[in-house]
Every structure is written in C-alpha cells, then in structure tokens.
Design a binder for this molecule. Structure first.
Ligand code: PGA
Length: 244
C-alpha cells in the first residue's frame, strides 16, 4: 500500500488527476471506477480543467460508478447520477453510452446487480478504481458486516452513513438502501486510489492500513491484500498512522 500525504487539497487533487490522465494517455479507452461524495470532487474539477485545456480527452473512456441510491429518481439532485453529470460528465467529452451507474430504480434489482457485474467483466475489468471511505470504514456502500461482500448487491445503509449523508436531503427523506458494487468487485480493479481527508476519517484510515483485516471492523481493511493501492490523504486523515 502506498501512502501519500498532502498539505493542501489542490496538490492531492492534482496527484489523483495525474494518475487518471497518465492512464488515459497510455490507454485511451481505460475503464475507470468512479466514486461520489466530497472526496473526489477536487479531482473531478481538475480533470475538467485539463479537458478544457486540451490535455485529456474522455472520448473513449468507459466509467462504472460504485453505487446509487434505491428508490430515488435518477433526476433527483441527490442521486449519484445527477452528482456525476454535475461534477464531471457534463463538462467533458465522454459519450453518455460509455457512462455506467447502477440503476437503483430497476424493476428487478437482483437482475440489475448481475447485469452490472457482467458489464464490468465485458469491459475487461476496471483499470483504476477511485474510492472514498466512510467513517466506519465502508467503501462504496459496503458497510461493516460479518463477511466481505462479493459482487454488486443491494445494501441497507447504516445509521452512521445515514447520519453522514442526510445533510444533503433537505427536501425528501434519505433513502435507506442502495445498489453498490461489492468489496469483491472493488478488489478486482487492477489499481485502486483511495482519497480521505479530515480528522473524522483518521480512525478508518488507521484501521484500513494497520488494523486486522476484518469485514466487521473496517471493510476497507481488505485493501491491505491488494497489490496496487494508493492512499491519498491529508495530515488529519493520516494523524493516527504515526502512533499505531
Ligand atoms: P465523502 O464520503 O467522500 O463524502 O467523505 C465517502 C464515503 O462515505 O464513502
């Protein structure tokens, strides 16, 4: 696991954008696994800047998002579909058909989960997966549980996640479940970058880096076994690493 600590958010976003644009330069039809939440927003803004400056094109890039709420209209401002088009896709040249976001309103959710995993396999697997992390160590919506999840599935959200995200739901109540790639789907990515900032993430980062590999304590701890993981942190998120 490579751990890089940045004193300012712009340098962190730049480092992440460098990894993505280097990959696209080598492989123009790269398959990116993308995340929502606050953590990747600076990276997406930097990718838009680079696109506008003519330094990168997303014309052939294919993307798979980690997750989406269930029972929330796709066009709702809080859907992850809206988030991605607002923060990245709507500002670059990626064709809409290259964008994949799980459909949390599919009439047959089990079939949607299977189809999503199949689409990832058909694309040749994820080259680079971008992740945030929850305060409880979740990745995607893979909350602490008795076992690591495998493929895309429906997840009930925990109180901790509902509390962290409900600030965004000012009009409608926050959904209580989501469709999410599994820990197994994430682990299958060839390369993984996890971004975490702020002291609220410090414990999850300590558990990810040096805790027991435990689905109940910290789902992200499985990343210790992955051959190509980079953590991009600020000093606050990294604060508990020195003493452990
Ligand atoms: P955040 O969320 O990037 O908004 O902190 C990360 C997560 O909960 O996975």
């Amino acid at each position: 696991m490579q751990i890089l600590i940045f004193n300012d958010p712009l340098s962190l976003a730049n480092a992440c954008a460098d990894r993505i644009t280097d990959l696209i330069a080598r492989k123009p039809d790269a398959v990116l696994g993308l995340a929502t939440g606050a953590s990747p927003v600076g990276t997406y803004a930097e990718l838009i800047r680079r696109y506008e400056a003519g330094k990168v094109s997303f014309r052939s890039v294919r993307t798979f998002n980690l997750d989406e709420y269930c029972d929330l209209p796709k066009a709702d401002p809080n859907s992850y579909n809206s988030f991605m088009w607002d923060k990245l896709f709507g500002h670059v040249d990626i064709p809409a058909e290259n964008v994949h976001i799980p459909d949390g309103n599919a009439p047959d959710l089990a079939a949607q989960c299977e189809a999503y995993d199949q689409m990832i396999r058909d694309a040749g697997g994820i080259d680079l997966q971008l992740l945030g992390i929850g305060r409880n160590g979740h990745i995607g919506f893979n909350e602490p549980a008795d076992a690591f999840t495998k493929g895309t599935h429906i997840a009930a959200l925990t109180e901790s996640t509902i509390e962290a995200n409900s600030k965004y739901f000012t009009e409608n109540p926050m959904p209580k479940s989501a469709i999410t790639m599994g820990v197994g789907s994430i682990f299958a990515a060839k390369s993984i970058i996890l971004i975490a900032t702020g002291k609220k993430k410090a414990e999850a980062i300590r558990n990810t880096v040096c805790g027991d590999i435990s689905p109940s304590r910290c789902p992200a701890s499985i990343l210790q076994l992955h051959p190509d993981v980079t953590l991009l942190l600020d000093p606050e998120a990294a604060a508990l690493l020195k003493t452990s």
